[in-house]
Write a protein that binds this ligand. Structure first.
Ligand code: HEC
Ligand code: HEC
Length: 656
């Protein structure tokens, strides 16, 4: 039996509401208006209240699928804008709203007609979105604008921008509709928006998990905040995120840990001792009596009475079951959800089935919960259901993307990580950066974005890699995978193929569009930026290193065969940014130690999209573009006034 949900919607029939509207339109039409009375969150998968239909945002396919759950059949696959990431329903469930990240729009779909009916322009990279409980407003988190737009759904106009922190992503709304929770993706904080005042009333910081004398115990800075989900009793919310340990050298068992934090919604504070972490609350052992490692937590679903929670691990591809009636710890791990990259889930109203959306294989995995008893065991239930007709990505790009997002040690030609610990995405959050500076034997290293990474010459801050297979070093030393291969020998064909596939994914232009700069005016340089450009190219002499279409001279580091070579160090520059923490290196085995580095000279970074990648420099020591310019020291460096620096900085922030 369904518990509660049937009664959670209140139907109000309002007569002649339209007549009261401003522009004098009179209508005697009866309008059905529903006030939703349960908490909601936006997600990449949603189901109707009755549980008869499932909607999925097929992120890189640019479609939304509507699935009949009883028949397990896709009823429609509807083309929408670019990169549809999240979905929301109107309270009456007649309209589905889709945030299309790269087209900057929200598409409206009629659930009945299964057709796109409208498009709203909202701005730079819309992500999470929700309708208000009365269905009058739409809230849209804008990842690149640090704000939540409030849209009046009568005329589809943006009526307010609520300023929040850096990179708002997913959203959750309380049952009474009064509070909107907005996690900031990399900041590790959650803004609480008062929906009446349309203002942030509090910012909840997630606590750092303290250092442990045992480095293999969970610890670190909370970041990469994925879904936030309010528990059925409305008293707490769970948020899935990572913890990153930055103060010891990167090691697969010691650097990134999965976590679920619990927020008290009355006090709007984290309940720190309720956080779910590896080896403590998440300590389910395998047949060898070892703790099972899970990674990249992405989403949470609650049993309707709140007695159990199921957490989707998108990297290790597992489902972790928490028993909240008996202490709240993990009690079972379903090792491997069928399909690739489980990113979101919904539960049926009778709590019997969990449907998981796989973002790489584009299908739905069906999991039988076994019911609500404490002794129930979840298990995979039958074949996955395909959501799409055609994958627009080439098979090679899809394979590379799947590897990039995976921490499943048992997939592919060989293991990408040791014991399911890490995916590329564990650091390059959703394929970009995590805003942190990690410790390496060469010194502190600011985590770079993957945007344009294949187009900007040598890899790494010190330009010590020229071929993508050199990432074998990252996989071995940081991710604990592929340990059986020798760095100085060619890779077997099938392993080489994994690198070719990842490279194809990184190179594919649709994978990482350069973030659009908010410093432009209607896409064009502002007057100040134009003056800055003149200085950049003239007196500032920036072009001598940040030249060409990629704003770096690193692309010139090629040998006689026109291929990039780490032998060319004439395009590395010492601009006085090294500190005592930076160490010279003898090079690495992959390059037969022909790539030693002095620890002071760095590869010129691209400036395209640099407005979005703070902090700056190899060690993350500069917070602003102004500071980076002030700190460049080299012979013939021009003397720039504060005013000139400000203009150049404005231009640099406008480069896309
Ligand atoms: C433990 C965190 C971590 C993981 C996991 C990780 N990276 Fe990185 N990545 C970094 C850091 C830190 C750097 C900068 C290192 C340096 O310059 O010395 C980097 C640099 C890079 C760069 C170079 C960027 C440039 O233009 O110079 C690429 C490309 C890259 N990583 C791709 C990957 C891929 C592909 C994977 C998965 C196979 C991966 N990374 C896994 C932390 C990580
Ligand atoms: C002599 C070569 C050279 C010149 C000239 C130069 N840069 Fe740089 N720039 C670099 C190098 C090398 C780095 C990376 C230093 C590091 O990571 O420690 C860098 C880093 C930067 C960064 C930080 C990028 C990031 O992703 O962290 C910005 C912004 C920047 N430069 C802007 C400028 C501007 C503006 C000018 C002209 C006023 C300029 N640079 C002139 C070599 C140069």
């Amino acid at each position: 039996m369904r518990k509660g949900s049937l009664f959670s919607i209140l139907l109000i029939l309002t007569m002649g509401m339209m007549a009261a509207c401003s522009n004098g339109v009179t209508s005697s039409k009866e309008k059905t208006e529903m006030i939703r009375q349960k908490a909601v969150h936006s997600n990449n998968i949603l189901s109707t209240e009755k549980g008869d239909m499932i909607f999925t945002a097929n992120m890189d396919i640019n479609t939304v699928s509507i699935t009949d759950v009883n028949k397990m059949k896709v009823l429609a696959e509807i083309p929408v804008g670019k990169e549809p990431v999240q979905l929301a329903l109107s309270p009456d469930e007649k309209t589905l709203y889709v945030s299309c990240r790269y087209s900057g729009t929200v598409d409206l779909i009629s659930v009945k007609d299964k057709k796109k009916i409208d498009t709203i322009q909202v701005g730079n990279e819309p992500f999470g979105l929700l309708t208000s409980q009365d269905g009058q407003k739409l809230y849209v988190a804008k990842f690149r604008e640090d704000s939540v737009s409030v849209i009046n759904l009568h005329d589809q106009k943006i009526v307010n921008e609520i300023k929040v922190g850096d990179r708002p992503r997913t959203l959750a709304l309380t049952a009474d509709g009064k509070k909107l929770y907005v996690p900031q993706y990399l900041e590790g904080t959650i803004s609480v928006v008062d929906t009446k005042k349309e203002k942030v009333k509090k910012v909840i910081p997630l606590a750092e998990s303290p250092d442990q004398s045992d480095r293999k115990k969970s610890q670190g800075i909370p970041n990469t905040l994925e879904q936030i989900v309010i528990a059925p009793d409305g008293k707490t919310a769970w948020v899935a995120h990572y913890l990153t340990n930055i103060d010891t050298p990167i090691h697969f068992e010691e650097t990134v840990f999965p976590a679920i934090s619990v927020i008290d919604l009355e006090k709007d504070k984290e309940i720190v001792d309720k956080r779910k972490e590896l080896f403590a609350e998440i300590n389910v052992t395998d047949k060898q009596n070892q703790t099972m490692i899970v990674s990249n937590p992405a989403d949470i679903v609650f049993q309707s009475d709140g007695n159990k929670a199921y957490v989707v691990m998108s990297g290790s591809e597992d489902l972790v079951v928490f028993d909240l009636k008996r202490g709240g710890n993990a009690v079972q791990i379903l090792r491997r959800i069928e399909g690739n990259n489980p990113r979101g889930a919904v539960i049926s109203p009778d709590d019997q089935m969990i449907y998981v959306h796989n973002a790489m294989s584009h299908d739905i995995a069906t999991i039988d919960t076994g019911g609500d008893s404490s002794y129930a065991r979840v298990k995979n239930a039958g074949d996955n259901m395909k959501l799409i007709k055609k994958d627009p990505l080439s098979p090679l790009v899809r394979e590379g993307k799947t590897i990039f997002y995976s921490a499943n040690s048992e997939e592919f030609a060989t293991d990408i990580t040791g014991n399911n610990w890490m995916s590329c995405v564990s650091c390059h959050s959703d394929g970009e950066l995590n805003g942190l500076t990690l410790t390496t034997p060469k010194g502190p290293r600011n985590l770079p974005s993957n945007v344009l990474t294949t187009e900007t010459g040598l890899f790494m801050w010190d330009g010590s890699r020229d071929d993508f297979t050199d990432y074998l070093i990252t996989v071995q030393t940081e991710m604990g995978g592929m340990m059986k291969y020798k760095q100085n020998e060619p890779l077997p064909k099938d392993v080489q193929h994994m690198y070719d596939a990842m490279f194809a994914f990184l190179k594919e232009p649709s994978s990482f569009p350069v973030p659009k700069s908010p410093y432009r005016e209607n896409g064009k340089l502002s007057q100040v930026a134009l003056e800055g450009k003149e200085l950049f190219e003239g007196k500032g002499n920036c072009l001598s290193c940040h030249g060409g279409s990629m704003f770096t001279d690193s692309v010139k580091a090629v040998g006689k065969d026109h291929k990039l070579t780490t032998d060319r160090t004439d395009f590395l520059h010492d601009i006085g940014t090294a500190s005592s923490l930076d160490q010279p290196s003898d090079g690495d085995g992959r390059a037969q130690f022909t790539n030693p580095r002095d620890g002071k000279s760095f590869d010129t970074p691209t400036l395209r999209g640099v407005w979005a990648t703070a902090p700056y420099f190899h060690d993350g020591s500069a917070k602003t573009i102004e500071e980076t310019i002030e700190r460049h020291q080299y012979e013939s460096a021009p003397n720039l006034t504060k005013g000139e620096i400000a203009k150049i900085a404005e231009y640099v922030r406008s480069i896309e």
